[in-house]
Design a protein around this ligand. Sequence first.
Ligand code: ZN
Length: 450
Amino acid sequence: MSLAILWACQKESRLETPPELSEEIKGLSEWYAKQIIPMENPDAFSKMNQPSWESTKMIKKGDTLLFITLVYGKEKITRELHSSYHDGVYNGVVRQYDFGFKDSLSVGTLTLNGRLIDMGFFDKDSRYTLTALAGNKNLVLMGTETINGGTLPTANVPPPPGNYNPPVIWIPPTNPSGPPSGPPPGPTYPPSSGTGGGGGGTQGSNGTAQKFNKNDPCANKKELNNRKKNSKILAKNNEIKNLTLNDGPEKGLEHGYNSYINLNNGNITRFTNVEVGYATGDGGQEVPSYEAWNWLPNNQVEVTADYSHTHPFESGPSAMDVFSGIFPYMATSTGSMTALSPAQKQTYLSYLSNNIMTTNHDYAITITDPAKWVSRYPNMAADQDKFKKMFRKYENSGYDGHTAQELALLDLYGDMIQLYRSDVGKANFEPVIYKVDPKNFRKFISNINC
Ligand SMILES: [Zn+2]
């Protein structure tokens, strides 16, 4: 018996912005202009910074909007405005990333007018160490000088423990002169020259993740099964399944995470934090997905590859689930997101898989027609409604809940996705399609013969 009223789940928390500046970004730019102290000196920090509002990256997290805007980028130095909007109030800091060092990436946090707040660096394993806090010292950066910690007191807060995972985004402290509330995020905008990265995807011989081929579901099933067997992924999947299904405070809630791979060697490097689904008010749940394309020291590129989430009930992937991870691929330079180059987008998509773990099957989705995928995205909400109606119709004609959802999904999107199905917890994905039984003209789900 299906609990099909509950539909699932993953919807992006990133927002789309029309080519015109959105109200939010207009508001941000007006706020920014008011914060800037007028300066004659062309080398003044804020005078050198020219925010490119049209490429501002906007992310919604809870009821807070987060923005990243490139304000300066020349040679080895980029500066990003990291700001937030909550309850009618904007806050922001500028981060200066200095790519001029061989084995580390130096990061300074400054006020909008160039007063230094703190500094630190990411090492080659992208661990962050905070080296100095400006405290009450009034150090104002001029020109493009690199930040020299020699004159600053050593940080009096302990550096983050162990293997620190830089968050995709970090909410700047509300009081910019106070102690930092967390380590800074890695750079969003690479330097305009220098780190290339883009078309990458060369794997080392031990590479864990290989590319998918949009035309070869049989090769893809092997790759999906290999990833699923990976001990780190296995552990993470068990973690979110246990949170979803076992007795505990989050039982019955969906959980999800993104995995990162290093494009230079194919290794699965780390995971985003586990996100918990929250009720959407119409019986569904949403689990945020945070995709990222990160530039690491030494021309390394790290990118999110798999998005995996749970459903606590019998189901297939929902119509919305199909669009997990679309934003980096869809982003255009006229939109609100940083746009990857066409080659980078292709690379990003070639590693992307959507994994949905339910109580009856584990599912995976790869994209077979990216252009269609993008063109259908604006219809997502309407399609989700259609999906619900369709699978209920299938259920009413005698299909079990998950088959009804699989059929509805393939009716809607079979021309742009490949669906794979595996036993729960096992690495035995098979690509599936629907066929029609010639005897009774009923549809049924069938493996593609691989
Ligand atoms: Zn889902």
